[in-house]
Design a protein around this ligand. Structure first.
Ligand SMILES: C[S@@+](CC[C@H](N)C(=O)[O-])C[C@H]1O[C@@H](n2cnc3c(N)ncnc32)[C@H](O)[C@@H]1O
Length: 220
C-alpha cells in the first residue's frame, strides 16, 4: 500500500524540541548533504532558514570558518537556546517574512513543515543572491518500505533513542514529502538534485544556483 503524507505541520511541542536537540547531535550525517555542497565557498554570507537550535550552523562553522553565519527560526525557544550557545546572528522570524539578502540560503530537515513548498522556494530564492540549498528526508513511498526503514533505524540509533522519537518516529517520517512529490515540487527550478540512501532514510539535496538562473534567463 502507498503511504500518504501526514499534514501535521504545527510547531514542535516542548518535549519534541528537547528530544530533537538531543538526538540530532548523534546523527551528523543528516547534515552532511548540505555541508558537502558548501565546499569552495569563502567569505560569503549564509542564512540557515528554520535553523532550529543552530546545529547545522555549528557544523558549517567547524568546516568553513570563513563564512558569515546567520540563522532564523519561527520558534522562540530554539532561537533563545541558539543565542545562548552560539555566537552567530540569530533572529526569531517566519521564513515567509524574511527580507534580508544573503549570498547563500540553506534549509535543512524543514521543507516538510511547509504546506506550500513551491511558494517557500520562490520566496527563499528572492532572498538568496547566489544559491539556495535544500535538504530533507523523504517519506517512503510504500508501507513495506516504511517498516523496513523503521527497523533499520532502530539498529542505527540503538541506545541513543529518546522517548519522544521512540513513540513518534513513524508519524514524524510520514510528514515528509516522497521522492516523486519532491521531483514535482522542484520541477522547473533548474536545480541540481541528488538522492542519498546511505543509512536508514533516503534523503535529497537540491542546489539552485541563482547566478546560473540569472544568466540563463537574462535577469539582473
Ligand atoms: C525538524 S526542525 C529542523 C531544524 C534545523 N534546520 C536542523 O536541521 O537541525 C524544523 C524547524 O523548522 C522550523 N519552522 C517551521 N515552520 C517555520 C516557519 N514558517 N518559519 C521558520 N521556521 C519554521 C521549526 O521551528 C523547526 O525548528
Amino acid at each position: 500500500m502507498r503511504t500518504k503524507r501526514i499534514q501535521n505541520n504545527q510547531i514542535m511541542c516542548e518535549s519534541e524540541k528537547k528530544g530533537f536537540s538531543k538526538i540530532i547531535r548523534t546523527m551528523p550525517w543528516l547534515y552532511s548533504p548540505i555541508l558537502q555542497e558548501l565546499k569552495d565557498r569563502e567569505g560569503e554570507t549564509l542564512c540557515d532558514v528554520a535553523c532550529g537550535d543552530g546545529y547545522l550552523l555549528e557544523l558549517i562553522n567547524e568546516k568553513y570558518p570563513n563564512l558569515k553565519l546567520n540563522g532564523v527560526d519561527i520558534d522562540k525557544d530554539f532561537i533563545k537556546n541558539a543565542k545562548k550557545n552560539l555566537s552567530f546572528n540569530f533572529k526569531k522570524m517566519d521564513a515567509f517574512k524574511m527580507k534580508d539578502q544573503f549570498d547563500i540560503i540553506t534549509l535543512n530537515l524543514a521543507l516538510h513543515h511547509f504546506d506550500n513548498p513551491r511558494k517557500l522556494i520562490k520566496h527563499l530564492l528572492s532572498t538568496a543572491k547566489k544559491a539556495l540549498i535544500i535538504s530533507d528526508q523523504l517519506r517512503p513511498e510504500t508501507e513495506t518500505e516504511l517498516h523496513q526503514r523503521l527497523e533499520k533505524r532502530k539498529k542505527f540509533v540503538g541506545n541513543n533513542e529518546t522517548d519522544y522519537y521512540d513513540e513518534n518516529e513513524k508519524e514524524s517520517i510520514l510528514e515528509a514529502y516522497s521522492e516523486s512529490e519532491i521531483k514535482r515540487i522542484f520541477k522547473d527550478f533548474n536545480c541540481k538534485m541528488k538522492f542519498i540512501d546511505n543509512d536508514y532514510y533516503k534523503r535529497f539535496v537540491c542546489v539552485i544556483d541563482k547566478e546560473d538562473l540569472n544568466k540563463r534567463f537574462g535577469l539582473n
